[in-house]
Design a protein around this ligand. Sequence first.
Ligand code: 6PG
Length: 244
Amino acid sequence: MNSDPNVFIFDTPEQVAQAAAERFVDYSAASSADHGSFSVALAGGSTPRRAYELLGSDEFKNRVNWSVVHLFFGDERMVPPDAAESNYRMVNDALLARVPLPPQNVHRINGEIEPEESAALYEAELKSFFATTSWPRFDLILLGMGDDGHTASLFPGGDALNETAKCVVATRHPQSGQARISLTLPVINQSARVVFLVTGKKKAAPLVRVLRGEGANEELPARKVTPVNGILEWLVDRSAASEL
Ligand code: 6PG
């Protein structure tokens, strides 16, 4: 039985997507009321796509003031923006093509250049947008979780997990070897709000490991997401929660 107050269990993936879209609407309103803008880093992979589609739908798109939204990416695959595996492409197809978000408010990770160069460029973009010498503080970061407990493109056992200076790093998928770019843990943990979207039976065992920790599980990247001064929420469906 789940007793974790940060974990919200929904019957279906559709309800998880609805809850994520509602939070995007609420948090964007609260942030723009508080400081005139809403900075959000989106998750990649397949799970969040439905939430993005909902945000671009008639049900939701008029409930967000898109002119104050600044959209970033939590990670990217080092592929061109029109590639099937591109997180940017997924977000563009599901959301950007359907809402009046000013193009200059879309902060894409450049997947078609050298990883190190792309990471440095994105680091500079974050520093200039957040105009801070300290850690950027997003209003919201959406994350997914892999079957191995990875999040963004921070993989178990990867050096990137120990990054303490950079906001953005180049990493590599441990199985496919695919080059990736990822926000680092210090940036993720500086966020005002971090929301995980996790659905499906395959995620049930890793979710227990991440939420319970203990032993080696303490090193799982998703477990290391602990906002220092922000809220953490897990939106999961009943299948993913089936072993809690
Ligand atoms: C990516 C993601 C990654 C993703 C997990 C879960 O670019 O792949 O950012 O961290 O969230 O791999 O992926 P699914 O949602 O497809 O299960």
